[in-house]
Design a protein around this ligand. Sequence first.
Ligand code: 13P
Ligand code: G3H
Ligand code: ZN
Ligand code: NA
Length: 310
Amino acid sequence: RLSSTKELLANAEKEGYAVGAFNVYNLEGVEAVVTAAEEEQSPAILQQHPKGYCLTSVTRRPCSTALDGSPYCSVPWIHPSAFKQGGVPLVACCISAAEQASVPITVHFDHGNSKEELVEVLELGFDSVMVDGSHLPLKQNTTYTRYISSLAHMKGMLVEAELGRLSGSEDDLTIEDYEARLTDVNQTAEFIDETGIDALAVCIGNVHGKYPTTGPNLRIDLLKDLYELCSNKGVYVVLHGASGLPKELVKECIVHGVRKFNVNTEVRKAYMDSLCSPKKDLVHVMTSAKEAMKAVVVEKMRLFGSAGRA
Ligand code: 13P
Ligand code: G3H
Ligand code: ZN
Ligand code: NA
């Protein structure tokens, strides 16, 4: 069923729920999300993130792997890349599965942090894109986001961008580091006006991967301010790093305006865990992995309130 990410987020905003955007790496992942969505009568977003995704730049460890050339990285390895694994055929698989699904599903490019790559990616048929310039100083983030945003809008795509700096899970973050990464509410209005984005990924203490052992420290007060500002400008609020957030906190985020949650780690973990028990044959390996991922996706759709909204 043909739909658009714009339409999905507009409905979520109107009715006060959130849509899950799930990172997929292969056919089993695509099928897990699509069958979960059909069974739950839920909208969903299939997303892929690019090669060379570099998690964070805050702890100032030299890094030579970031594609954008940024010299620092706190994570000494390149993030597992869906786009590198699956490439254009996986994009085509997502698009075809979305078109054939009986519920609204769209295909999104996550964390586009290289201009050259994004310009190519815009030709592949994604319905929406994240322009991730969060590793850049504000002025360059604005220029980069504005450039890609104007190209993507010519294609009718929804554009998401990030202000602030999402961290990877780090237990020993100092208060200064934590605060330095938060979205600055004083920069937000101008950033939105100058870039023309449709959705903003906010940094309110959310992290990719696991949360610190002490649990998430989300600044709901900041989320409230950002939502007020964004909704006045017709911009949707997105929260990355949804894996590991306790249910009550997720619900609170929805009450205060989050309309898209990105989920990666928990689905990937379900896949990996399913490989640990003995299997009869390859097809059994694949179906077990798919079922394991699907269970996580179903749980998230119910929690996000998107179940039953298709
Ligand atoms: P998690 O891995 O914490 O679910 O974050 C996913 C994400 O933000 C993908 O963009
Ligand atoms: O958001 C980008 C990547 O998908 C990060 O997810 O922390 O689960 O590996 P991860
Ligand atoms: Zn993310
Ligand atoms: Na997370």
